[in-house]
Ligand binder design. Sequence first.
Ligand SMILES: Cc1ncc(COP(=O)(O)O)c(C=O)c1O
Length: 383
Amino acid sequence: MSKAMPTDRRNFLKGAGTGAGLATGLGAMPLGASAAMGEGAVQADFGPMNGQALLSRNENPYGPAPSAIKAITENARMGCYYTDRALKRLHAMIAERHEVPIEQVVVGSGSTEILCAISLAWGRDGAILCPDLFWDTTVKYGERQGVTSIRVPLSSDMNVDLAGLEAGLTEEVSLIQICNPNNPTGVLIPASDLRAFAAKVSPKATLLVDEAYNELTDAPDDNTMIDMVRGGADLIVCRTFSKIYGMAGLRVGYAITSEQNAERIRSHMMSFGGNLGGVAAAIGCYNDLAFLDQSRAMVLEGRKMIMDAVKTAGLTALPSQTNFVYVEVPDADAVQAAMKERGISIRGAYGKWTQYSRVSTGKLADVERYAKALPEVISSLNA
Ligand SMILES: Cc1ncc(COP(=O)(O)O)c(C=O)c1O
């Protein structure tokens, strides 16, 4: 005899097919997976679906680091307590690495929580000026709450147009937001150009640089703008444990900014404390340099395999400094559909950019499947 489903759960599952569900990715959940949830989550509910090559979401399957897993395991029993002291320790570790006072560090539930808070806080005072193609999920979140954005087209070579952004900086702008390297293009703005831009614009509006992929660039220390925060510029730099640390599901990210900006961000955040798994993992692996080197090497190997496959298929791609590649194709949605038939998940078109297809590095065996499929997919589309 089946038990009556609690009303809360019924409503939750109903939401899975609606906008609310889609916003959290639940809309894509297969029926079997949702049915299994009532009996307690099973292993099959986490990670890629069976047999799927998951190359669509910029995750890093080489994490979490063993040091992170050890920290979660050793501390999981303390999950009945809030995490205040541990969270403070994580703030202190981040502050030490970036040579700023602890008050200038904000840790959130992924960098998404911090970026959403920034969108709301700065969006109250004016518009957000940003490129027309970047990871704009959190600007869109702000827009749903009444925030205005002003979008500046990319330059013809698919770079963030710094001159265009500077020209668009009017009195009504409170925040300029960019992502460096950019997502989905993977292209890095040269550090010297960005520094000059930051020096010019930050006296007029706060500059937010989302450095989610910084650690995967050729020269992370040169490419970061954190030294300009230390120098007193009105700048916010965001980082995440989701990429090089391979902790996307553990939800930890952080911002480095002035004490005043940090306070303002905190006052707009939705959660308090941190989840124990994420905080423990972040403390466990933050300074695990051996893991970071290894993680980076695997990502770069995957990226090279993709670049080689692109060449073999007679295609070109934008120069990537991230764990994904933006490949020029005849039709991004058609490539995505043909890959899906082969059990390979990649991104379809982003809005009007129908001629670019984004593929992420993942397990090398999965990248290999993509590399093998790409020439046949492209020749079938060209036939
Ligand atoms: C540029 C950029 N910023 C932030 C995020 C979100 O990261 P998090 O998992 O820390 O919320 C992503 C996710 O793909 C991203 O591409």
